[in-house]
Every structure is written in C-alpha cells, then in structure tokens.
Design a protein around this ligand. Structure first.
Ligand code: ADP
Ligand code: CDP
Length: 237
C-alpha cells in the first residue's frame, strides 16, 4: 500500500492518504497531549505501544461483531484503516466515577455507576470539547437521530466486550471515549482504543494505569500502558 500525502496531523496521530481512496494510514506518533493540547510531551515507545494496543482491541471488537475501521498493521507505528467521514461527537461510557464527572457533579472518585452512564461531547479543542446531548447533535447536524442511536448502542456493546476482557487481566475499565464515522453510509468505530482514551485501574489496588499518569504527573506512563497490554495479551515484541 502506497502512503501518499499527509491529510491531517492531530495531537497524537497523523493521517495519510493512500493509493486506495477508501483507505488511510494512521501513524501513531510518540507525542502525548493533555488539557486540549495545552501540555505536549514526547514519550519514548508510545507510538508503537498504542498502535499494537489499538490493533489488539480493534480485532477483539471486530470478532465480537462490532464494525471497526481497523484493517491491518503496516509497521510498528502504522496501521491501515477504512477512510471514514468522522462524526464530530465523542461517545463516553463510565462504569466508575472519575475525571470530568467527579469535577462536574462532585461525585466521589471510585463510586460504582450502575447502570453505566453515557455522555456525548462535541469534538472541538477550541471550545474544550463541551458536553452536548442528542437534541443538540440533531439540531446542529452533527449526527442524525438514527446515527446517534446506533453509536450509543455500539458504545454499550463495546463496554460488554471490553469490561470482561480487562477483568480477565485484573483491570477495571473505569471509562472510555469512542469516535465513530461513516463508511459508505454505515456507522463504523474509528480512531483508536488505547490507554490514552480510557481509564484503567488495577482491580486490587486501584492504581491508575492510563493517561491519568501523564495528566497527573505520576510518571511511568508508557510502563503502565505496557503493563495493561501484557495483562490482556497484547504482543509488544
Ligand atoms: P486529535 O484530532 O484529537 O488531535 P489524533 O491526533 O488522534 O486526534 O488525530 C487523529 C485524527 O484522525 C482524529 O481527528 C480522528 O477523528 C481522525 N480519524 C481517526 N480514524 C479515522 C478514519 N478511519 N478516517 C478518517 N479520520 C479518522
Ligand atoms: O479526563 P477528562 O476530565 O478530560 O474527561 P472525562 O470526561 O472524564 O473523560 C472520560 C474518558 O474519555 C476518559 O477515559 C478520557 O481519557 C476519555 N477522553 C478522551 O479520550 N478524549 C477526550 N477528548 C475526552 C475524554
């Protein structure tokens, strides 16, 4: 597959066109960012770790019948995906209270959320990804009612698959963010699933093993990503 021009350079990944108009190459860089890009750092091995982690998870989701954009690994830091028309909303499910929910509602960090919550955010760094809802998304044309219902249902199905997968590695899937897009009109899971976009805690000690290590300056960021990957069977060799 021929890598052509850079279509977009995001905060952590670069996206390239290919000789196939329906396929893109995602390049996972070592860059990491927090607080809408306010803090940026380069962390050794991050690109490779997230590329492998994401490939493993996307394959598991695909096996469970969830349509994803992922096709194959191309190199240590690149994979081939279907080219999607991304919908500008982020879907978040929370199983345990942390992060934004704790700040916004004053709930105690670590409280179980039953049933898990579902939230929508507008993907817009300049506005700091504000929380929105289905009615706003419909009114402003970010997604149709049908697309929203499908994204919500798929996001919950991902929760069923991944909660179990992480539990087998003695990990709690606290919360996560998914992005979807359209491929020939159908809703498909895009972007990535890695410890950059979810919270994972050790089930026994509740130690944070995700991007909160970077956000909170705890150190050992990539070592934690590797630890969770190893526990669920990701091959980092
Ligand atoms: P950000 O844009 O938030 O800085 P990244 O650095 O991860 O994030 O950049 C990757 C970009 O590629 C994101 O904007 C994401 O929405 C987009 N993207 C992910 N998967 C696809 C896909 N299959 N087709 C088109 N765009 C995609
Ligand atoms: O962590 P923060 O306060 O920014 O936001 P949150 O609403 O608590 O985030 C919920 C989950 O979505 C966490 O796992 C975040 O890592 C993830 N998320 C993300 O990956 N990208 C965003 N732009 C927002 C949230």
């Amino acid at each position: 597959m021929d890598k052509q021009q850079e279509l977009y350079a995001g905060k952590a990944k670069s996206v390239y066109t290919t000789d196939d108009p329906d396929r893109l190459i995602l390049h996972f860089r070592d860059d990491t960012s927090a607080f809408d890009g306010e803090r940026m750092e380069s962390l050794e091995r991050k690109g490779k770790v997230n590329n492998r982690f994401n490939a493993f998870i996307m394959e598991k989701l695909q096996e469970a019948g969830i349509p994803t954009h992922y096709e194959r690994l191309l190199s240590d830091t690149e994979c081939v995906v279907k080219k999607l028309d991304m919908l500008p909303v982020e879907c978040v499910i929370r199983n345990i209270a942390a992060g934004g929910l704790v700040k916004r509602l004053g709930v105690e960090e670590g409280s179980d959320l039953a049933p898990p919550t579902f939230e929508l955010f507008l993907k817009n760094d300049a506005l700091h990804d504000p929380m929105v809802n289905e009615a706003l998304a419909e009114t402003f044309g970010w997604a149709t009612a049908e697309q929203l219902a499908e994204m919500k249902s798929l996001t919950y199905r991902v929760n069923d698959v991944l909660k179990q997968l992480f539990a087998a590695g003695d990990l709690l899937l606290v919360d996560y963010k998914l992005e979807f897009g359209l491929f020939h009109g159908g809703i498909v899971l895009g972007d990535e699933f890695s410890p950059d976009g979810c919270r994972l805690w050790d089930a026994n000690t509740r130690e944070k093993l995700d991007k909160d290590r970077f956000r909170q300056g705890l150190g050992g960021v990539i070592e934690a990503y590797e630890e969770v990957g190893k526990r669920i069977g990701v091959d980092f060799s």
